[in-house]
Design a protein. Structure first.
Length: 503
């Protein structure tokens, strides 16, 4: 029996212990030689690659000697795979489950506190992988005083959940002495208790804002509640959507036709820290969250479900009880509840509907004979295009002809004159600026006219712009002529000064 077998039998994995912590402690007890042997056998860098891969787990289980549970059990205990059952549709979850049985689980990501490789987007090492690390204070104290636990925790790839999965405490990421974020030493055998600057990680840590820490702990507890609910075999994403949507309706955030986004945003900022919401990328004004509350699609990210649960529920026990009660609902009730917002109103125009809107149009034009089509469309609250499609003759008979009255023509002329004066002032301003700082290109009438025509707000002919054309005609001097004139004036002025000095 080698050192790994002996260490695994003397110190078995605890029920609430993460696999990373167990592997770290077991290799420390086995010794540096056994640790190097295992690393060479498994062929992975513990600082950059997750050990929670099925092929590597089988190799580790064979090397340790059967002290670990099955591979699927380890994946279930140490990844977010159980929560995906409550957030993904059944077909997608089965595909992910089939994927994790044979391939790496990095696409599924890890639970909070476990390792996961993340791609660096910027910097000189853009193609390499790095760790997003944090330190749990409770794990650090246990490691220093009691049982040498691993105190380094990794942030989850998709959510950046900065909370320990064991103690639910916020992770500390910045040393107050040197402000470094890669604080622990790069040794695998024994992580240092000190930062690279020499400061103690026990005393010199940036705890952060209390509201941020409280929000992270609350989100972590909500995520743990999803793990507890995932043990129920009959629960899936439909039950999660049904429970959260019904709670939102109770709080007045959702109606039969729309989501009150402003009220929902106020509730999220009132109960959770805005910085945490930004870090977890849960935005009210995006499509995902309103569509989830309207019943159109599931909220696929588990951390988004956890954040929404932490904001809607004062007590997570209430959420668990409602999820437990939702098991008794039939599939027809869940589908009817979640899909009733997906049904679109019928666009069929029948005779009764057409007649009602035509009567509205006739009465409106009798009261307002000079009304426009836009005013008529607003008055009947119905699309004129729809009526045009089905009854064009009647609509053209009722609606006024597209003619410009004298009042409209006068308003158009005033608008043209106002816009013309504006562009004339703009050209004169640019000409004055050109006199102060000449550009390296020629300013000609053709260039000014082309720039004027290409402007997006001009829809009139040049002959209708007398002020602007007059301002353009004033610009007869090119840049070379301007420079020669300025040079001649400077030379003449200098010669005049010399004559005054000589005199």
């Amino acid at each position: 029996m080698n050192g790994l077998h002996l260490s695994a039998r003397i110190f078995p994995i605890l029920q609430d212990e993460t696999f990373s912590s167990y592997l770290h402690n077991m290799l420390i007890l086995a010794g540096g030689e056994e640790a190097r042997t295992l690393i060479e056998r498994v062929r992975f860098d513990v600082r950059r690659t997750s050990p929670l891969l099925p092929s590597r787990l089988e190799t580790i289980r064979a090397a340790i000697g059967g002290a670990l549970p099955s591979t699927q059990q380890l994946i279930k205990q140490n990844t977010i795979l159980p929560t995906l059952k409550l957030t993904l549709p059944t077909a997608d979850y089965e595909e992910v489950h089939r994927h994790t049985a044979l391939s790496p689980v990095s696409a599924v990501a890890m639970k909070a506190g476990l390792s996961c490789k993340v791609q660096r987007r910027y910097g000189s090492q853009a193609s390499e992988l790095f760790w997003s690390v944090g330190i749990c204070p409770a794990c650090l104290r246990d490691d220093e005083n009691v049982q040498r636990r691993a105190f380094v925790r990794r942030a989850w790839m998709f959510s950046r959940l900065a909370a320990c999965s064991k103690h639910k405490a916020p992770l500390l990421t910045t040393c107050l002495n040197c402000r470094r974020q890669d604080m622990p030493a790069d040794t695998f055998e024994a992580l240092s208790m000190f930062c690279r600057c020499g400061g103690s990680l026990v005393t010199r840590m940036d705890v952060g804002n209390d509201s941020v820490a409280g929000t992270e702990i609350r989100v972590s507890e909500a995520l743990s509640a999803f793990f507890d609910c995932s043990d129920e075999l009959s629960l899936d994403a439909r039950h999660t959507q049904f429970v959260l949507r019904r709670k939102a309706e109770t709080l007045g955030l959702v109606t039969d036709s729309f989501v009150r986004k402003k009220r929902l945003e106020e509730l999220l900022h009132q109960r959770l820290d805005p910085g945490v919401l930004k870090r977890h990328r849960l935005e009210v004004h995006t499509i995902a969250l309103p569509d989830f509350l309207r019943g159109k699609r599931p909220l696929r990210n588990p951390i988004h479900n956890a954040v929404l649960t932490a904001a809607l529920y004062d007590s997570l026990e209430e959420f668990k009880s409602e999820m437990h009660d939702a098991q008794t609902f039939t599939a027809e009730k869940l589908i009817a509840t979640t899909e009733k917002q997906v049904r679109k109103p019928e666009s069929v125009v029948n005779d009764e509907l057409v007649g009602r809107h035509m009567r509205k149009l006739r009465s409106f034009f009798e009261q307002h004979p000079d009304a426009t089509r836009k005013q008529a469309r607003i008055s009947v609250a119905h699309s004129i295009n729809t009526l045009n499609r089905f009854i064009p003759d009647i609509v053209e008979e009722i609606l006024p002809a597209r003619q410009k009255s004298c009042r409209n023509l006068a308003r158009v002329r005033e608008e043209i004159a106002r816009r013309d004066a504006f562009f004339a002032d703009e050209i004169r301003r640019r000409r004055a600026e050109f006199n102060r700082n000449p550009p390296p290109f020629k300013i000609t009438q053709a260039r000014l006219i082309d720039g004027l025509k290409n402007h997006r707000s001009i829809f009139v002919y040049p002959q209708e712009m007398p002020f602007t054309l007059a301002a353009i005609k004033e610009c007869k001097e090119t840049s070379q002529q301007y420079m020669m004139r300025k040079k001649m004036s400077w030379v003449s002025g200098q010669s005049m000064c010399q004559r005054e000095v000589l005199d």
